[in-house]
Design a binder for this molecule. Structure first.
Ligand code: ADE
Length: 418
């Protein structure tokens, strides 16, 4: 058997069926896998991936392996692993996997180091932890790395900060910046799966609830619109005046966090930032408020700070904790970790289809252009992005019109007017 550190290999049969079901919904990835099998564009390249270990990620790993790569997978969050999927990857697909749901921080980093020990030429991140490790504790490996790809907004923010400060030493593809990624995954994927995670954790009725969404980027927009669709009264907190204005004109109430905490039943953070809700906000919170995070890292609200202030803490349901703070009850979900992957299964396969098509193309792009790319954060070329959208429409059986020659000419000219 291949190397691994997983919960229980006996979980594999159920994981395999979940992987098969997800695959049936990932038609773009299916077509990439078919092509990869024939062309082997990733032949003999070692790819270390640090992604949420879900049935969708399993299909990406299988597609990369079909393309000839040696794939090593570690979890990108201590609570997001689907242990049955991890077991199936090892037992049915011979993909070395290092991921256990509930692993502590030490094990999390042991797993990241295990995939980097394989001396990858390409790394794949969801949150930039592999790149960060390569640039801090494993610098000697950087010269052998063609480049890395990054899945999420938070990771791209970190990488752009590295680029700006001159710390970045390898080219990176910001998969998140493809339109076929953030317009769909961040909005519809985070929107639906965050609502799913909140419901699975709490079983509350959303209709009629007053909900505050912090952040109105692509993820915040998705979360807000899906909560509104369930009948919640949604308010938005934003620091960017443009996004605040957009939220207002999309029909949401825009409020300051300290005001909204006084009368909202549920708060969801989706900002990519740190301590958006911290201990200084505790005094404003309504008794019985529920707090969840949809952003990548567990720092968006100060979970540790809240726990320190609590005179009592108990778990009422899996990933639903009651904190008693100054006589008030505050309910926190998923220890502040991204609730859609902690309590639910993350984004649905139909949308991860496009995100992971971007990852597969990014791996191919990094290998094809090895040694040629500037050391900076790149986007995938626009024609690849459009090709993924075209493929997605095709697999959905949707046809669209084409510009006529006359229309093309009109768009390229400037002489025709009134
Ligand atoms: N990020 C969000 N949802 C995901 C999923 N289902 N699989 C992998 N990464 C994800």
């Amino acid at each position: 058997m291949v190397k691994s550190d997983i919960k229980d290999i006996k979980l594999a049969p159920f994981g395999k069926r979940k992987i098969e079901w997800a695959f049936s919904q990932m038609k773009v990835l299916q077509s990439i896998q078919t092509r990869f099998k024939e062309e082997k564009p990733l032949k003999d390249v070692t790819i270390a991936a640090c992604l949420h270990v879900t049935s969708e990620t399993a299909n990406l790993a299988i597609a990369l392996k079909s393309g000839g790569a040696n794939v090593f997978l570690a979890a990108s969050n201590p609570l997001s692993t689907q242990d049955d999927v991890a077991a199936s990857l090892v037992s049915d697909f011979d993909i070395p996997t290092f991921a256990i749901k509930g692993e502590d921080n030490k094990t999390y980093y042991k797993h990241l180091n295990a995939v980097l020990d394989e001396k990858p030429q390409v790394t794949m991140d969801d949150g930039a932890d592999l790149v960060s490790l390569l640039h801090s504790e494993r610098k000697s490996q950087l010269k052998d790395v063609y480049g890395s790809s990054e899945e999420t907004t938070t990771g791209v923010i970190r990488l752009k900060a590295m680029e700006k400060s001159g710390a970045l030493k390898i080219p990176v593809i910001a998969v998140n910046d493809s339109l076929t990624k953030h317009m769909f995954d961040n909005r519809y994927g985070t929107g639906q799966s965050t609502v799913d995670g909140i419901i699975r954790t709490t079983n509350i009725l959303l209709a009629g609830k007053k909900v505050l969404v912090c952040g109105y980027g692509w993820c915040g927009r998705g979360v807000a619109s899906r909560l509104r669709g369930m009948g919640a009264n949604v308010a938005i907190a934003e620091v960017d005046p443009l996004k605040a204005l957009e939220a207002l004109m999309d029909g949401f109430v825009v409020r300051k966090i300290s005001d909204a905490l006084k009368d909202n039943d549920l708060v969801v953070t989706a900002t990519g930032n740190k301590h958006v809700i911290d201990t200084s906000h505790l005094k404003f919170m309504k008794d019985g408020i529920i707090i969840a995070n949809a952003g990548h890292f567990n720092v968006e609200f100060d979970y540790d700070g809240f726990v320190k202030q609590a005179s009592k803490k108990r778990e009422l349901r899996p990933f639903l904790e009651e904190l008693t703070i100054s006589g008030k009850k505050i309910f926190v979900l998923g220890e502040g970790r991204l609730i859609n992957l902690v309590s639910a299964e993350g984004h649905p396969p139909d949308v991860m289809d496009m995100s992971f098509a971007n990852q597969a193309f990014a791996a191919q792009f990094l290998i094809k252009n090895a040694g040629e790319l500037a050391v900076k954060v790149h986007k995938l070329p626009d024609d690849i992005d459009r090709e993924i959208a075209r493929l997605k429409l095709e697999t959905m059986g949707i046809e669209i019109d084409k510009l006529t020659a006359n229309q093309k000419k009109y768009l390229e000219s400037w002489t025709e007017g009134t």
